[in-house]
Design a protein around this ligand. Structure first.
Ligand code: GAR
Length: 199
């Protein structure tokens, strides 16, 4: 049985699209399927992308204590939670219930340029302001601390002298679209292996 993914997204949803496209494939659809796309923003373009791909969508209150999100994840029998541009903290009730099964992508080489308030353009502005010669992509497990969970994958991206936050963001985003779906696939495969060996 494919792992059932919930993708949580607040914004544009380009990583969500890369994940949808990756698993829309006869071999990979056995590994995982996007069963739910949920957002704290009812007007998130990510929800439109999901609806276009005939994936169930839901809106929940990002300020809730986790009761709403957990009920959604349980209702859709979710195995793996994938944060793709979801910027709110995941409540600890959900983290406890889904320990080791929530992952996030960050547009820099963690632990550098991470933490609360570091998202989107702010990350790339900070990388350029620090004069860093390289940045990159990090996929990590989510725990109670912002951007501190175990690192699953990283890929380096050069920072050019002429870069603006926009040009660096675009270079990093291209790499995110390659790294994230493949890391999700790897985790889903390992999860299936684990459930086979433990049953
Ligand atoms: C991505 O660059 C992602 O790495 C970043 O938000 C963007 C979402 O784009 N996430 C963070 O900064 C988390 N700290 P998308 O909506 O097009 O996937």
């Amino acid at each position: 049985m494919p792992s059932r993914l919930a993708v949580l997204a607040s914004g544009r949803g380009s990583n969500l699209q890369a994940i949808i496209d990756h698993f829309d494939n006869i071999a990979r659809e056995r590994v995982a399927k996007v069963a739910l796309v949920a957002s704290n923003r009812a007007d998130s373009p990510a929800l439109i992308r999901a609806a276009t791909a005939s994936i169930d969508i839901a809106h929940f209150d990002g300020a809730d204590d986790g009761t709403q999100l957990l009920a959604l994840l349980q209702k859709f029998r979710i195995d793996l939670v994938v944060l793709a541009g979801y910027l709110k903290k995941i409540p600890s009730t959900v983290i406890r219930e889904y320990a080791g099964r929530i992952m996030n992508i960050h547009p820099a080489l963690l632990p550098a340029f991470g933490g609360e308030g570091m998202y989107g353009a702010r990350v790339h502005e900070a990388v350029i302001a620090a004069g860093a010669k390289e940045s990159g992509v990090t996929v990590h497990l989510v725990d109670d601390d912002y951007d501190r969970g175990s690192i699953l994958a990283q890929w380096r991206v050069p920072v050019e002298k002429s870069d603006t936050a926009e040009s660096l963001a675009a270079r990093v985003l291209n790499v995110e679209h390659i790294v994230y779906p493949r890391t999700v696939e790897m985790v889903a495969m390992l999860q299936q292996l684990e459930s086979k060996t433990s049953s």
